[in-house]
Design a protein around this ligand. Structure first.
Ligand SMILES: *[C@@H]1O[C@H](CO)[C@@H](O)[C@H](O)[C@H]1NC(C)=O
Ligand SMILES: *[C@@H]1O[C@H](CO)[C@@H](O)[C@H](O)[C@H]1NC(C)=O
Length: 572
């Protein structure tokens, strides 16, 4: 429904003079340099097709933020009173003068735009590189990604007409670069990984074998997750799928019969597609990430209706698929109560305006009552950097969207007794988003403990991530017909999401609303229901990054779930 399949009205511009003569363009966004890992080849040919999107200024996003915090804070009288589609739209719809200014500009330039979001705050139109130069002073070039060899068309700066200042938040894709590396390897197969010790000490409840291989039974035992199926049909969980990662039903069936014989082997997901998405079922097309994500949601959130959201090829360039998915869900009358996503990219590849705009879209979905979980990344303090390409001593690289304060970022642990921080678990501090109120105390305490460690390499005033963690090392899945071991925060996000879905099931059973945006709860009454992870640290370019210490830390957040304590914390 949201494709940018637009008709470009190729009217001649009446002004054929140089692009700077009659138009009053003002620099809107720029980046100082080409992001690490990309090389500029040269100018992109003028006739290269370019689908562009415009983000229109929303009328009262600050007001919505206040409402979100109010309805997500357990002590508030309005806790759990999530907003309807119409109520959110009242805050988000652009003002009439904004719509008028943008429409006037579109028609002056002979452009036909299509609405890409429920309230019309995103518009899209089809143009070319040459035309984009005239419209936005944008000098589009071709860039090659050094590792994958993939090419992309981007500009290092663009301007907008003076008449649109204050009405237009951004134009995309312009200075935001895609991250083909993260796309290619969302999760890695453990390369014959040998554990340091084959200790026979285990967690109180987890079998000894869990120190070397994590199965659903290990996850259930370690976190006390019930194996009895959920009962409420209204309760749903959605799994994001991008970049041709297809969830394979035969792999899921084999996984369930191998590890969860009590769950019917025919238990499966409901497919939803957008942007031309699909979910072909040949064994060779099964995706490691997609298989992992559906196996550890359907397997752990037993009985919860699970949707696999396959976002298709028409939006694979950069973050357009993220935008389309969140806008697709925002357009639903009953969006899923939980959304888990194991994709992301380095914050510094994303324009500040686009990061803010996407983050605000997650704010809207949170206000609708959806708990949004994202994997924090697998490069320690270096985000999604190419292993070995980092420079020791350089500033750390936070990931996106984990730095967005309106979602829950999930880091990874390993081992069961003691459960410790996984060294690959990405964590740190956003350079774009400030500290949210709910995190101020926990984060200041950690920064104070750090003292002079890593000073100058991170932004102590930024939103810290991740918020929570779950097991993410030596996790067993079935992939293309065979048991495979994987690791990554990609394992952790579906596991934590499943815990939230099972809590929502219990809440629904007694007529209570779902948990919605989790963080104000997690950082207050929820904190003591989490197992603090107090040993290990993440890596920093071969060295030691942030240590995991008691309280919140930027490796494992507030810790891993204890289901019975969480039930008590939500008042059940
Ligand atoms: C395993 O358990 C035995 C007996 O309980 C103990 O002697 C041994 O030290 C343990 N091994 C490790 C690696 O902890
Ligand atoms: C959860 O916490 C309770 C209370 O401290 C504890 O008794 C229980 O063993 C914990 N559950 C698990 C699975 O660790």
């Amino acid at each position: 429904m949201l494709q940018a399949s637009l008709v470009f009205l190729s009217l001649f511009s009446l002004v054929l003079a140089g692009p700077h003569v009659t138009r009053d363009l003002r620099l809107h966004e720029s980046r100082d340099s080409v992001p690490n890992g990309f090389t500029r080849n040269g100018p992109a040919p003028g006739d290269t097709p370019l689908p562009l999107r415009l983000a229109l200024k929303q009328n009262n996003i600050e007001g919505l933020q206040d409402v979100l915090m109010d309805i997500s804070t357990p002590t508030s009288a309005n806790y759990g009173q999530h907003l309807s589609l119409e109520e959110v739209n009242e805050y988000v719809a652009p003002k009439p003068e904004t719509i008028a200014a943008v429409n006037a500009w579109l028609s002056e330039n002979g452009l036909a735009a299509k609405t890409l979001s429920p309230t019309g705050d995103w518009l899209g139109f089809q143009t070319t590189v040459a035309r984009a130069y005239e419209l936005f002073d944008a000098d589009f070039s071709t860039f090659t990604h050094d590792v994958t060899g993939e090419t992309t068309v981007r500009t290092l700066a663009y301007s907008i007409p003076a008449s649109l200042q204050g009405h237009l938040d951004l134009v995309h894709p312009t200075i935001t670069f895609p991250n083909p590396l993260a796309s290619k390897e969302p999760v890695s197969v453990t390369p014959g990984r040998l554990r340091a010790s084959s200790s026979n000490v285990t967690g109180a409840a987890a079998p000894a074998s869990c120190n070397t291989a994590i199965t659903p039974a290990c996850v259930q035992a370690l976190y006390g997750i019930p194996t009895t199926p959920a009962t409420q049909s209204s309760n749903t969980l959605a799994v994001s799928g991008f970049i041709n990662q297809f969830a394979n039903e035969a792999d899921l069936t084999q996984f369930l019969s191998t590890y969860l014989p009590d769950v019917g082997p025919s238990t499966t997901f409901t497919l939803q597609t957008l942007d031309g998405g699909s979910n072909p079922q040949s064994q060779s097309q099964a995706g490691l990430e997609a298989d992992l994500d559906v196996q550890y949601t359907i397997g752990i959130a037993t009985g919860v209706s699970t949707f696999f959201m396959s976002v298709g090829p028409s939006s694979q360039d950069g973050l357009s698929g993220f935008l389309d998915l969140v806008n697709f869900l925002l357009g639903q009358n009953s969006p899923p109560q939980v959304l888990t996503t194991s994709y992301g990219q380095n914050e510094n590849t994303v324009s500040r305006s686009l990061a803010t705009s996407l983050c605000n879209a997650y704010m809207q979905l949170g206000a609708r009552g959806t708990s949004i979980l994202f994997a924090s990344g697998d490069g320690g303090t270096e985000g999604f950097q190419v292993p070995g390409s980092c420079s020791p001593g350089q500033p750390f690289v936070p990931t996106f969207p984990s730095g967005c304060p309106f979602l829950t970022s999930v880091g990874a642990t390993e081992n069961v007794n003691p459960e410790i921080a996984a060294s690959f678990s990405s964590g740190g501090f956003s350079n774009y988003f400030g500290t949210p109120i709910y995190q101020t105390v926990a984060k200041s305490a950690y920064v104070a403990k750090l003292g002079s460690t890593h000073l100058g390499r991170y932004n102590p005033a930024g939103r810290g991530f991740p918020d929570v963690a779950a097991l993410g090392t030596d996790v067993k899945i079935v992939y293309q017909g065979a048991v495979t071991s994987v690791y990554g925060t990609s394992c952790s996000s579906p596991i934590f999401a499943s815990v939230v879905a099972l809590l929502n099931d219990r809440l629904a059973a007694v007529g209570r609303p779902p948990l919605g945006f989790l963080n104000p709860f997690l950082y207050s009454t929820g904190a003591e229901a989490l197992n603090a992870i107090v040993s290990g640290s993440n890596v920093a370019c071969g060295g030691t990054g942030f240590p995991a210490t008691a309280g919140w830390n930027p490796v494992t957040g507030l810790g891993t779930p204890n289901f019975s304590k969480l039930l008590a914390a939500v008042g059940l």
